[in-house]
Ligand binder design. Structure first.
Ligand SMILES: Cc1cc2nc3c(=O)[nH]c(=O)nc-3n(C[C@H](O)[C@H](O)[C@H](O)COP(=O)(O)OP(=O)(O)OC[C@H]3O[C@@H](n4cnc5c(N)ncnc54)[C@H](O)[C@@H]3O)c2cc1C
Ligand code: SF4
Length: 576
């Protein structure tokens, strides 16, 4: 954990948390005190709702199984104020799985429903060697997006919520699932979190205790590994013989612009990242054109950085602000107005880092199962497909009166999810050596489309020794018009965390300055502060302003742990 020059890795300071002890409830409460449902889906994002959508389609044609699942055949448990409130993506989506899920809905109707913003007809990829120079390069295979659709996953989740509710699902919004309930080695449901506790956990006047939600099948659709997913992975040893998961962090804005952007753009840096391997920085940007149903021109712009970097002053938020000052980006945003901001982590390990996807009584779908191709920055269509396959597996097992969902593993492997992720299984790992060294190796892997044998390794992001470097010297000062600070950005997310809510972030209070600086710069919401009088060398007492947290999840990759906050807390994204 310590490098030759004494630099220290976040893994040397693990968060004070024992997931199996704290987040697993061994046994259900008495029958009269619990809620019983057929299938409990934790997470009302794209994946969880796709699972609910498909299950209700199947149950509508199978009244006998529907009847057996009781009064609430399908329940979706979502911690945001409404589905979509915590969802954020680029997002340019491969359309196949969504067309499969809603076969009667045309792409024109997607746009009328307000979650899709146009088909990609033109695209371009640039290198940005400096803040002034942008060099167009031939589009590398993973960046080919012709025919894909620009969507908002936040708006898509709202649409999916309306559909499942009409079909009879019970959607519990503002509800966090805080514990996995395990009985005799099988997941039998989840427990919802208490509401109305104060800073120190004390019950306030509006206190409501959580409830056990008993289910015949539980689907973990929490996104980018999650609170219960991480716990289940440990409890059932689902990551045995897999590569460790690695993470990326994306910060996104949506702009309303006077002139339409006529193409989809990706940039591959290196500016404003540093190219020298000691910084360990790999990242890129996107600019996606969007036209909404009212005919207004919007642009989705974002910066994604791998959380494998070593310079503690790396900040995805500040990198995005700086990137917006590049002359070609300024021209695109000129005269425009920022209407949304948000941040979210994504799992980057791909095929080899995917945990086992089933356990007795439960399944993992979407980002919870690590189903993202980060070479192409594509996960939305895998989320939908995995939700469909999970629903079909559960329905078929329950209809036959069986209790094993193991068939799901094979179904994923044989589907577009398994096939596409297999093709790029070794493509991203070489980039952990840096763009210059790893780029060509990664290119060979992409061209071979998975035909080269072997398994490339990942190492954990939190084992990377950190140093306090000079990436920060490049960051622009916010002007409040084109570039913004973290706090005014959090403000426009509609973050509604109570000032006296209990702290849901677990980190060591006292850490070396390198670690404290890592958290301070990394957190897009400005949660971590270093006191002004803290010593330059030696341990630092980190201040955690957890009520600003937008639940991006990045802290879990670099030495901390995001736990489930009180239901309803956090951002209320609309169009991210
Ligand atoms: C910056 C960025 C850019 C991306 N760009 C693209 C792109 O252009 N194209 C593409 O295809 N993919 C892209 N991806 C990947 C894609 O967005 C994800 O794969 C996908 O959105 C994940 O969907 P999900 O339903 O699995 O998870 P999420 O969308 O994260 O949904 C999980 C839901 O579960 C809820 N939840 C979590 N834990 C609990 C709990 N314990 N109790 C209750 N509720 C809970 C959350 O609030 C959330 O609503 C991008 C990802 C990021 C972060
Ligand atoms: S506190 Fe952690 S999870 Fe919350 S926004 Fe900051 S980095 Fe993300």
């Amino acid at each position: 954990m310590f490098s030759a020059n004494g630099a220290v890795a976040p893994a040397a300071y693990p968060p004070p948390v024992d997931p199996q002890k704290e987040f697993i409830k061994r046994g259900l409460d008495p029958e009269e005190e619990l809620i019983e449902v057929g299938v409990a889906i934790v997470g009302g994002g794209t994946a969880g709702l796709a699972c609910a959508n498909r299950l209700l389609q199947l149950l509508a044609e199978d009244p006998e199984t529907m009847e057996r699942l009781g009064e609430v055949p399908v329940a979706v448990i979502e911690k945001a104020k409404t589905c979509g409130g915590h969802n954020l993506s680029g997002a340019v989506m491969r359309p196949g799985p969504l067309l499969e899920l809603f076969p009667e809905l045309t792409r024109e109707q997607w746009r009328e429903e307000g979650f899709a913003f146009g088909e990609v007809t033109k695209e371009a990829v640039y290198l940005t060697p400096t803040s002034k120079l942008a060099v167009r390069i031939p589009t590398p295979p993973p960046f080919k997006n012709h025919g894909n659709e620009v969507v908002s996953v936040s708006a898509l989740a709202r649409y999916q919520q309306r559909e499942v509710e009409e079909a009879g699902a019970y959607v519990l919004t503002e509800t966090s699932a805080t514990q996995l309930i395990v009985e005799d080695g099988r997941v039998v449901g989840v427990r919802s979190g208490d509401k109305g506790r104060g800073k120190d956990g004390e019950p306030l006047s509006n206190f409501e205790p959580g409830t056990d939600i008993k289910a015949r099948a539980t689907v973990l659709a929490e996104g980018c590994w999650g609170h219960l997913t991480g716990t289940a992975i440990r409890e059932f040893d689902l990551a045995k013989d897999r590569e460790p998961q690695v993470w990326e962090l994306g910060v996104k804005e949506v702009w309303k612009v006077p002139k339409p952007l006529d193409r989809l753009i990706h940039t591959m840096g290196p500016w404003p990242l540093k190219v020298a391997p000691k910084y360990g920085q790999i990242g890129g940007t996107w600019l996606y054109p969007m036209t909404n149903a009212a005919g207004e021109h919007l642009v989705s712009i974002g910066f994604v950085v791998e959380l494998e970097y070593a310079d503690a002053t790396t900040s995805a938020h500040d990198l995005l602000q700086t990137f917006k000052t590049h002359s070609f980006v300024r021209r695109i945003l000129d005269g425009g107005e920022r209407i949304a901001w948000g941040a979210k982590a994504l799992p980057g390990g791909g095929y080899w880092s995917m945990p086992k996807l089933s356990m007795p009584g439960a399944l993992l779908v979407g980002d919870s199962g690590g189903m993202v191709d980060t070479m192409a920055l594509k996960g939305v269509h895998h989320c939908i497909k995995s939700g469909i396959l999970a629903a079909e597996t559960i329905h078929s097992a329950l209809a036959r009166g069986e209790s094993s969902f193991e068939a799901y593993e094979q179904a994923i492997e044989e589907s577009s999810v398994g096939r596409e992720l297999w093709e790029v299984r070794n493509a991203r790992q070489p980039l952990q050596k840096g763009l210059l060294l790893g780029g060509p190796l990664s290119g060979v892997q992409q061209i071979s489309k998975g035909r080269l044998p072997g398994r490339a390794n990942w190492h954990r992001n939190d084992e990377k020794p950190m140093f306090i470097g000079d990436t920060k010297d490049e960051y622009v000062k916010p002007d409040g018009k084109y570039t913004f600070d973290k706090l005014s950005s959090v403000f426009i997310t509609g973050n509604a965390t109570r000032d006296d809510a209990p702290n849901h972030i677990r980190v060591r209070k006292q850490v070396p300055r390198e670690i404290a600086e890592t958290w301070r710069w990394m957190c897009p919401a400005g949660v971590y502060e270093i006191p002004e009088d803290a010593p330059e060398d030696g341990p630092v007492d980190v201040i955690v302003n957890y009520t600003n947290c937008v639940q991006c999840g990045a802290i879990t990759a670099k030495g901390g742990r995001l736990t489930a906050p009180e239901g309803g807390d956090g951002p209320l994204y609309q169009i991210t």
